[in-house]
Design a protein around this ligand. Structure first.
Ligand code: BJW
Ligand code: ZN
Length: 281
């Protein structure tokens, strides 16, 4: 059966739901100015962004991959949270969540690494120091974390630029300059052991974070919002399948059709920064 586009029926489902989860992708951050991976935004310089998001690319050309992540870190810092992120942030506030469904739980499982969902929550609560709550799961890691390739230390790093040699490399195309080949010793290095750092994100072939918890949440969810994701990268794309298999409902918010539609009870086509605030608050 084709998914419903009836907002008032969606509201009835929302108000009955006790365990709500949201699986988010790059489309959630698009209105903030963060490029998506697939489609028009997926090219960086002449490279496909997805080709750079692999351990093999980093092993082959850490200078190029660090320039890509440096650009993404600088971009993410300068982009403000958008109305879709603000609407989801409200679901973290117990008094606001209970206006939708008394006693309900909410978990945001985001594939995004840009930190904008936490920034939205910090803005909403006017608390810039707020720690990431346990019900915000960043399953593909964080742009602002690093992992030492030698000693394995994983830590937050908010330096801008993350290494002096990366400063300005985000502007080389506009400046019509060639891509620099930054020597290994000038790339970000570990403060403990001096080893080469890598971005603290989950690349293809690596295991996403908190998968056991996510599986439990998907099995107990009675409503799953699937927001701004092409729904082709697993295991994230399988979360909505699990929800449906266990009897929960799925509502998709996207600009266009995706494979998630085949699991959807509801589908709201359009920019999520418009559809999601209408659907939630
Ligand atoms: C809007 C909008 C607006 C725009 N409003 N909407 C064959 C079959 C099945 C699986 C595999 C396979 N071969 C390999 C695999 C595994 C692989 C995989 O799934 N590959 C597929 C491509 C086939 N997966 C993995 O390798 C994962 N690990 C894994 O499987 O480990 C094994 C294991 C699992 C479980 C247990 C034990 C072992 C890891 C995947 C890691 C993905 N990493 C990246 C990079 C992260 C770092 C970084 O950001 O640089 O994650 S890749 C990239 O894709 C990124 C994203 O999080 C992810 C998903 O993309 P997303 O978010 O959906 O973005 P887009 O651009 O694709 O879509 C945007 C959408 O928004 C579009 O639909 C637009 O229409 C929409 N939109 N504006 C609403 N305003
Ligand atoms: Zn180290």
């Amino acid at each position: 059966m084709a998914p419903s586009t009836d907002m008032s029926r969606f509201h009835q489902t929302l108000h009955k739901s006790k365990h709500i989860i949201c699986v988010a992708g790059a489309g959630l951050s698009a209105a903030s100015g963060v490029p998506t991976f697939r489609g028009a935004g997926g090219l960086w310089r002449s490279y496909n962004a997805l080709d750079l998001a692999t351990p093999q690319s980093f092993a082959k050309d850490p200078s190029r991959v660090w320039q890509f992540y440096h650009m993404r870190r600088e971009k993410a810092c300068s982009c403000p949270p958008n109305p879709a992120q603000m609407a989801l942030a409200k679901l973290f506030v117990p008094d606001l969540l209970s206006t939708l469904s008394p006693g309900a739980t909410f978990t945001l499982i985001t594939q995004n690494v840009d930190g904008l969902s936490l920034r939205a929550l910090r803005d909403l609560t006017a608390n810039p120091q707020l720690e990431c709550p346990p019900n915000l799961i960043e399953m593909h890691g964080r742009l602002f974390d690093t992992i030492c390739t030698a000693c394995g230390e994983e830590r937050e790093n908010l330096d801008s630029p993350i290494a002096p040699a990366l400063a300005g490399t985000e502007g080389i195309v506009e400046a019509q300059e060639d891509e620099p080949d930054i020597p290994l010793e000038l790339l970000p290095r570990c403060g403990q052991c001096g080893g080469l750092l890598r971005p603290g994100v989950v690349w293809f072939g690596e295991v996403p974070k908190r998968l056991e918890e996510i599986d439990v949440l998907a099995k107990e969810a009675d409503l799953c919002l699937v927001v701004g994701t092409s729904a082709i990268v697993y295991p994230a794309a399988g979360i909505a399948d699990t929800v449906r298999q266990e009897g929960g409902k799925v509502a998709v918010f996207n600009l266009e059709g995706t494979p998630a539609d085949k699991r959807a009870n509801f589908r709201f086509l359009g920019p999520c920064e418009e559809t999601l605030p209408k659907a939630l608050f």
